[in-house]
Ligand binder design. Sequence first.
Ligand code: SF4
Length: 360
Amino acid sequence: MDARPLALTLNAFDLADKSLSGEELTREEGLAILAWPDADILSLMHAAYKVRHAAFGNKVRLNYLVNIQSGICQEDCGYCSQSAVADVPVEKYKLMTPEEVEAAAEKAVANKAARLCMVASMRGPSDRDIKGVADAVRRVKDRFPQLELCACLGLLKDGQADTLNEAGVDAYNHNLNTSERHYGEICSTHGFSDRLDTVRKVREAGISSCSGALFGMGETREDVIDVAFRLRELGVDSIPVNFLIPFKGTAQGHREELTPVYCLKILALFRLSNPFSEIRIAGGRELHLRSLQPLGLYAANSIFVGDYLTTEGQAGSLDREMIRDLGFEVVGESGPEGAPAPLVDRVTLTSRKIREAKPA
Ligand code: SF4
């Protein structure tokens, strides 16, 4: 028997073919993807691209986030800057009015986003919150019927998903975040089964389900496989893959576990194990993938554009430039991007710096 690690004996394209045939990857194959030799990362990303291309071509979906209620959640998720137990100076405000959400929708459209993701920091919505969001959804849909609307309001009670559906919500996001085994390490005020319950309620209401994960919180490779495979079992339509943004003042704020190339392996695992789901590179993209961000799009077909919930993202124009530079296309891009700044205008002479550095 070949005694080399499985990652060295596997052909990445065989994994891509298996994935496209609808056959599930084994745990051993999943682990081999996460242990793929760093120096051979391009073969893995090429295989992920084969699957991504078969399902989504070269299209990239842009999503725009708006934090519709900020900094006032009673839960204790250890990664979250908006938790009651976090000591992070984030903005605090209650649920936005429909007019404020409409203003955010204008920005989403200006950024060429296909979807507006309305996120509220809360354990779960009251019926009054649901009414407020439903009113905002109707207002935005009237003005921008082509803009998809996703709500992320925490744990849902019976019937709330139906109300959102009737108002015109297209999708509901509720992340599993990590494996069932590891969940107790990141949160104690609700459990993994509560999260599963909401994802199921969303699916039963006929709303498109968006549920993903967050890495860099002390999870093992087995945990990464567990959550990737669990999302496949659930059949979610869209999977945001987040990489921990470590906030000083949160329980997970000390973590520094990820490397850019390991993040790519996670993205490849998600693509190969969830071939037909949208895979979105979400929070922490700039911080963790850094100069390898463009490679991530060979596995993922979607990103957030603009800022995250409580941190700044890179300029939307840079994201769109990255997509164009790869030869990829933004989904639903209607108008022209507008000519990029001519290269000649991007050249800055060092002469002044040299003069300033000269000793007097
Ligand atoms: S439930 Fe959501 S908003 Fe509240 S602490 Fe957890 S992640 Fe943060």
